[in-house]
Design a protein around this ligand. Structure first.
Ligand code: RFL
Ligand code: PHB
Length: 394
């Protein structure tokens, strides 16, 4: 089989890329390790930057997001017995974020790309490796129904997440990796209860970090910092709600509506970057090339910014025979990636409990005091949170 752009992975990066290319008349085939239901069942990110929301609209997959997504104009931060609010539009010339689940985005992209446009996605078809990246005809070797198959492409997009095979197909001496593992994890619950506040609440507390997030007016997503060796089986629903409430200001804690879990899981906190994001005709995008700790809600949004640059670079190649944007893809995408890695690292460091050192805790409180009172501090926070602009790329 042959296609113009072979894509490994039908997560948000792979689907969005396929959709944008399809709308420009460029053929793609996606091979996906898992079943469609499995991919749609994953509970992950929930905050969409304006740049990603615009890209979903460009992909003609943003209609339900615009109807059902919640526009948030700020977040709340609790620390030292105080509750402060940081406003976005005031500090970013009117920008906001959209609260809309990754699960819903994946659903909308699959509907538009597969059900409506007839885009080809082979599910239950794990890629084994990419061969010939340094030739004009790279190939994805994959398995389907127990048989080995080969997809010959003009280009391969490795959108197969952190554990995928695309990055591992590169010669080890051609790739440099940077990695940081944080000494704690997040225990998250998804429950059909109304969110405790209208906007997200990030809590700094002596017992550890907590986050009150949501997916809709009737579905909440809450997290508490936990140990890396913790296990969901150690946590009853009641134990989770008790621990969450202990970490919130008392008025807020009293207003939390509790309920049965729809899902409970533990997410380790990890930063990772692989450079470069291109080798010959193989391009990495999204989690395949980088991971951020979840606090800044940047993982999904970075997958979208990579796709923004990659789709434009491929389009310039097919429409104008230009290769300059393909050449600039890795450096351009990585500049934005590193800024998000930095923001996520800073925000993680500001709110989590690293140890029992009282000095560290007082320094965090002092920085939160500065951040929430200073116009410059609020501007720094707001422009990173709503998402740094995409660079001019044409
Ligand atoms: P994905 O979503 O991981 O999709 C990759 C796809 O590739 C498939 N795959 C393969 N297909 C074929 N052959 C192979 N050999 C393959 N190996 C893998 C996988 O099955 C999958 O369908 O990567 P993508 O598209 O780059 O999207 C990135 C986002 O999913 C990711 O950044 C975020 O979800 C990260 N993330 C979060 N980000 C946030 O912004 N806020 C959050 O609250 C948040 N929570 C999370 C998260 C990531 C998590 N993971 C990965 C453990 C919670 C979790 C649990
Ligand atoms: C989430 O809803 O999963 C979420 C929201 C904001 C974050 C991280 C995770 O900063």
């Amino acid at each position: 089989m042959r296609t113009q752009v072979g894509i490994i992975g039908s997560g948000p990066a792979g689907l969005l890329l396929a959709r944008l290319l399809h709308l420009q008349g460029i053929d793609t085939v996606i091979v996906e390790n898992r079943s469609r239901d499995y991919v749609l069942g994953r509970i992950r990110a929930g905050v969409i930057e304006q740049g990603m929301a615009d890209l979903l609209r460009e992909a003609k997959a943003g209609e339900r997001m615009d109807r059902e997504g919640l526009i948030h104009e700020g977040i709340n931060i609790a620390f030292d017995g105080r509750l402060e609010r940081l406003d976005f539009p005031e500090h970013t010339n009117g920008k906001v974020v959209m609260v809309y689940g990754q699960t819903e985005i994946t659903h909308d992209l699959m509907k538009a790309h597969i059900d409506e446009a007839g885009g080809i996605v082979h599910f239950d078809a794990p890629a084994i490796k990419v061969e010939g990246s340094d030739t004009d005809s790279p190939r994805i070797l994959y398995e389907q129904n127990g048989r080995r198959r080969e997809l010959v492409c003009d280009f391969v997009a490795g959108c197969d997440g952190y554990h995928g095979v695309a990055r591992r197909s590169l010669p080890a001496d051609k790739i440099k990796t940077f990695e940081k593992t944080y000494p704690f994890s997040w225990l998250g619950i998804l429950s059909d209860v109304p969110p405790v506040m209208d906007e997200l609440l990030y809590a700094h507390h002596a017992r550890g970090f907590a986050l009150c997030s949501m997916r809709s007016h009737t579905r909440s997503r809450y997290y508490v910092q936990c140990n890396t060796d913790d296990n969901v089986n150690n946590w009853s629903d009641d134990a989770f709600w008790d621990e969450l409430r202990r970490r919130l200001p008392s008025d807020t804690a009293d207003s939390v509506t509790t309920g049965a879990r729809l899902e409970m899981s533990i997410t380790p906190l990890h930063s990772f970057v692989a450079e470069p994001m291109r080798f010959g005709r193989l391009f990495l995008a999204g989690d395949a090339a980088h991971i951020v700790p979840p606090i800044g809600a940047k993982g999904l949004n970075l997958a979208a910014s990579d796709v923004y640059y990659l789709a434009r670079a491929l389009l310039a190649y097919y429409k104008e025979k230009r290769t300059d944007l393909l050449d600039r893809y890795s450096d351009t995408a990585l500049r934005r990636v590193w800024k998000a890695i930095r923001f996520s690292w800073w925000y993680t460091s500001l709110l989590h409990k690293f140890d029992d050192d009282p000095m560290s805790r007082r320094l965090q409180i002092s920085e939160l005091d500065y951040l929430t009172a200073s116009d410059a501090g609020q501007t720094m926070f707001a422009e990173n949170y709503v998402g740094l602009p995409f660079e001019k790329f044409e």
